[in-house]
Structures are given as C-alpha cells and as structure tokens.
Design a binder for this molecule. Structure first.
Ligand code: ATR
Length: 278
C-alpha cells in the first residue's frame, strides 16, 4: 500500500488518520495513513520528513507547529500555500516536494456545499490576522465574495495584511482594521472567527451590529461546542452557527483528491465527526 501521514507536535489528538482511513475504505484506495510526532526539538520536522520520504512515503498532511517549515521545505507551492505563508499538505514526486494549503478551500467548500451558502456577491467579516486568516483569503475571493473586511485585536496587523494581499484578490474589495473600526454598524452576511480566541475561552470584541443580518457565524475551531464567539453571534441575532468540523473534513477531502485522483464523498465522515453545538 502507498504510505501517507500527518505530522505535528503534539499529534495524538489528530482526527486525520481516522478521516483518511474512512476515505480510503470508501474509495477502495490501497493506502495506509499514520500519525507522526515531529517532536519539539529543532530539526525534528526536517528529519521526520526526510525519513518518511526515504521510506517511500507519498504525501503528508502538516499541522501545528510545522506548517511554515513545510512550505519552506517544498520545491514548489500553490498560490494558496504561498499567500497563506504555510502548507498543510505535501506530495512527494521523485525529488520534488509539492506544497498545498487546503484549509481555505476546505472552509469555502464547507460553506457552499455542506451549509448551502453560496458566497458569490456576499460580504464577509473575517476576524484575526494570523495564519488561519491568511489561508482563507484567496479561496474566499475566488468564491466570489464581493466585500471582505479583516478585523483584528491588533489593528495594524490587519491593515498590513490588507495592503499585502489586496493586489491578489481580484474583484474582491478588501479592508482591514481593529474591532473598534466595526462600530459603524455595518452588518455582514458571514462572520468568520479565524482568531485563536476560542482556545482560551474568549470571544473577539466584535460589536453585535456586525452579526445583525448574518446568515452564518462560523468558528474555525471544532469540538468545542458553542464557543464564546458563537454564543455572542447567537445573542446578536445571527441565524446560523457552525464550527470548523466541516472545514477539517473538506480540507482532508481536497488533500485526498490531490494525492489519489479520487474525490471522496464527505457526508458520512462529517456526520460521524459532527457534535451538536450546545
Ligand atoms: P493562527 O495561525 O491560528 O491564525 P496566529 O498567527 O498566532 O495563529 O494568530 C492568532 C490570531 O488570533 C491573531 O489574529 C490574534 O490577534 P493579535 O494579532 O492581536 O494577537 C488573535 N487572537 C488570539 N487571541 C485572541 C483573543 N482573545 N481575542 C481576539 N483575538 C485573539
């Protein structure tokens, strides 16, 4: 069988072996998928990558804290990976190491296919200015989002990111600043939490008016139930809430299709991993 793996540190919590195992079974692909702990020592990722390729590994998913190193190790990278500044999937072809970042396209596919929300012409508020935000920008623009506002706790970081990416986003109008700049009362069709605030049990300081007309409030974390962000969205009148479990499953499906040339159906896997938001 062909070998694949996910590498991270820590890695025991990763759902990727389960997801890819189910995809392989459903599509009849002859492959195995394991979890590799890259360790906390400098050079651990590079050593594990070299060893896995030497043993005939065909591709890897990459998670924290190695996504930047994965891009740096690649011999070629997709536009999404380059703009994200990070890779979450690698493919090995002879001497070549190809890098991709499917987090953003997984997010878009979850919203458009699983949640039934076409993004063309929509206004999107994206909270945060770190790696998770960077990864979402090109895919959201490609999906036809008309207006994209980035808001971040550190306003200058969002403004800098907007200056950097605006030339690459085609017809999508993009602006950025701090949470206080959202005070004008503009309501968005979609509000996405791409900050790490949910991991510390906090919510970004977004005014309720931003959610007022929101068709969807989306938190990129998963398995944490109704996060403080989603609770705030609900209280503000957002009509739908979603966490990042669909994004997780859809980015996995994108990687699987890229490696194997077969797109797995995600419905059953998503149903199996979904936990009600309460
Ligand atoms: P990631 O790769 O997950 O995006 P990151 O690059 O460290 O991680 O970025 C974390 C993001 O979450 C940043 O936008 C950060 O805001 P700052 O730039 O102001 O630090 C944001 N963040 C983290 N904790 C937050 C909180 N409690 N409230 C609001 N934003 C928070």
């Amino acid at each position: 069988p062909d070998r694949y793996a996910v590498i991270g540190h820590p890695i025991a919590h990763s759902k990727s072996p389960l997801i890819h195992g189910l995809f392989a079974q459903a599509t009849g692909q002859d492959m195995v998928y394991e979890a590799i702990d890259g360790g906390g020592e400098p050079g651990g990722f590079a050593r594990a990558l070299t060893a896995f390729r030497a043993e005939g590994g065909r591709g890897m998913n990459v998670t924290l804290p190695f996504k930047l190193q994965a891009l740096a190790a690649a011999t070629e990278a997709s536009d999404d990976a380059r703009l994200a500044g990070a890779a979450n999937a690698l493919r090995f072809e002879g001497d070549r190491i190809e890098a991709q970042n499917f987090d953003g396209s997984g997010l878009v596919r979850d919203m458009t296919h699983n949640l039934g929300l076409p993004l063309a012409g929509k206004s999107v508020l994206l909270l945060g200015a770190g790696g998770a935000t960077r990864g979402a920008l090109l895919p959201l623009a490609r999906a036809g989002v008309a207006r994209l506002v980035l808001a971040n706790r550190t306003a200058a970081k969002a403004a800098d990111l907007v200056r950097e990416v605006a030339p690459h986003l085609g017809g999508c109008v993009v602006e950025g600043g701090g949470f206080a700049d959202l005070g004008g009362g503009e309501a968005f069709d979609v509000v996405i939490n791409a900050t790490s605030s949910s991991l510390s049990g906090e919510a970004p300081a977004v005014p309720a008016s931003a959610f007022a007309a929101a068709a969807l409030a989306y938190d990129m974390v998963y398995g944490k139930g109704l996060t403080p962000f989603l609770k705030a969205a609900q209280a503000a009148g957002a009509s739908r809430m979603a966490d990042g479990v669909g994004m997780l499953v859809e980015q996995a499906a994108e990687a699987f299709a890229w490696w194997r040339g077969v797109r797995p159906d995600t419905r059953d896997v998503l149903a199996r991993l979904t936990v009600p938001l309460v």
